[in-house]
Design a protein around this ligand. Structure first.
Ligand code: ZN
Length: 246
């Protein structure tokens, strides 16, 4: 089966629509690793589209903060401002949808889904110090994670050899074959707010029969997203960061 892997959409409707368009016909089921909302200008429309198109969703830290499960006290001032804006913008029905989202880890047939890590849904798995112990402890061969907004990931084989998975991709996607006997931690990248110095929307498609991960980047209508953010008076640096992918 081929799975569309989405993460960190962050209320960016134009980016989500474009990813779904590019991925159309390439998958049979879709999953989302959390952070549907927060930062971006379209929380209600993005939740509607996720409910229509994504089969399995787990919550992220912004989803929790925006529906009041957490108070977001660890957020920086800009993230906090966007959280308060989102709380006001969400309809009661959409806030309820966020509140009932399951926490990771969640097992699907051939992989495990987490927002941050298996140990802690809010942990950032950025490099080897976090990734190596996580890989050593995971039982599923493939764990999919988000939260860092970096496309790529990490691998550990049975001999203990560690590898960072490159995700620098060109226009046409990048196929990464998975080996038997190796454990993988893979991040599809962020749909709506990439931070890996590439502004284009990121996603991945996992084919669990052919055992391969395909990484995608796609340009989207960023000026429209930025205009909506300006009209919503969201913090200026959050608007600017989208064009540099940081
Ligand atoms: Zn996020």
């Amino acid at each position: 089966m081929r799975y569309l892997i989405l993460s960190d959409i962050h209320a960016n409707l134009e980016a989500l629509e474009k990813c779904l368009e590019v991925a159309q016909g390439k998958y049979e089921a879709a999953v989302c690793l959390g952070d549907i909302v927060g930062y971006g200008p379209d929380p209600n429309a993005v939740i509607d589209l996720v409910r229509q198109t994504v089969d399995t969703v787990i919550r992220g830290n912004h989803d929790k903060a925006c529906c009041g499960i957490t108070d977001a006290e660890d957020f920086n001032p800009m993230a906090l401002a966007a959280t308060f804006w989102t709380r006001k913008a969400l309809t009661p029905e959409h806030a309820h949808f966020l509140r009932q989202l399951p926490a990771g880890p969640l097992f699907l047939a051939s992989f495990e889904m987490v927002h941050g890590s298996i140990e802690n849904e809010d942990e950032y798995v950025i490099g080897p110090p976090e990734a190596i112990p996580a890989l050593q402890n995971q039982t599923a061969p493939v764990v999919l994670f988000g939260h860092t907004h970096y496309q790529g990931g990490f691998a550990l084989n049975n001999d203990g050899a560690f590898q960072s998975i490159p995700a620098r991709v060109g226009k046409d996607g990048h196929v990464f074959p998975l080996q038997d006997g190796t454990r993988y931690l893979i991040n599809p990248g962020s749909v709506g707010q990439p931070r890996d110095h590439d502004w284009r929307a990121a996603f991945a498609i996992f084919d669990d029969r052919d055992r391969q991960m395909e990484f995608f980047r796609t340009p989207y209508d960023l000026p429209t997203t930025q205009k909506k953010m300006m009209q919503a008076a969201l913090p200026e640096p959050l608007i600017r960061r989208l064009e540099v992918g940081r």
